[in-house]
Design a protein around this ligand. Sequence first.
Ligand code: PEP
Ligand code: MN
Length: 339
Amino acid sequence: MMIIVMKVGASAKEISAVLSRVKKYGYEAHLSDGQERTIIGIVGDGNVRDYREQFELMEGVERTVPVSHPYKLASREFHATNTLVPLNGNRVGDTKVLVIAGPCSVESREQILETAHAVKEAGATALRGGAFKPRSSPYAFQGLGEEGLRYLAEAREQTGLPIVTEVMDTTMVPLVCDYADVLQIGARNMQNYALLHAVGKAQHTVLLKRGISSTMEELLMSAEYILSHGNTRVMLCERGIRTFERYTRNTFDINAIPVLKERTHLPIIADPSHATGHWQYVESMAKAAVAAGADGIIVEVHPRPEEAVSDGMQSLTLERFADMMKALRRVAEAVDRTV
Ligand code: PEP
Ligand code: MN
């Protein structure tokens, strides 16, 4: 694992000579074209550091940097500036904070359309809703499936909001890609490596949620799977981790926001709904996340939480969501961002 930093103004010929040398040694090269200079990440199985001197002697190479942590393409060493993920005319990772809002599950055409219009009106920038639901119990509602995806597509048509929805297994990737702007990988699937490969190959935008008991390093390693296919449109999501605490559903690891921002160039999204499990705490934690530097918020909203088939306890009503948006704007302004 090594990074080659090219000199400022290195020529295309010098860069391609390095790339062919990487190939010759049996490794794979990933290019990061910075504003100033090109950085080449070398990945593969083996000890590429044995070739350090050979690379350093090549024309146009400024230096080589061994990367000691196990993720590379996700690291700030490989890509110093924030990756800006394009989404419906916005760039996630830039100053505007992305707000993804909507129900836990798509329950009916009316429910998703009503929610979509209301969250759009309140200023949301994307619509969420699960059509394929990962439930802890096999007897719980599993989602509407493709019917739910069709309702999401209709909501996008009517509101212009891009769609964030979960894909649970590899066989479903093509179908969900047809409907979704962003493929959500749920916490329970963060280490489903076949699925990570599949969404990497699909070259579709991904929202990767942190596993319930996963470290930040494991989250970054999972992102690395997707990046290794050349798919750089990846957003990470802190959604709370399991601890001994039971007054909340999970423990919101707000540390993860500044720590991940330091280590990776990928945007960080916070999910105060699953992190707390109770709507009463959602606004506080959403504000805290924006203050801590999150690039976006994903929040569960339902027109009638008491009737929700999943996660009603943590869902904001349409009115509470609109109130939260007002509060978020003020916090964002205080940290030089917009919502
Ligand atoms: C969800 O977003 O509704 C969901 C199931 O989230 P997680 O995978 O974080 O539990
Ligand atoms: Mn949910």
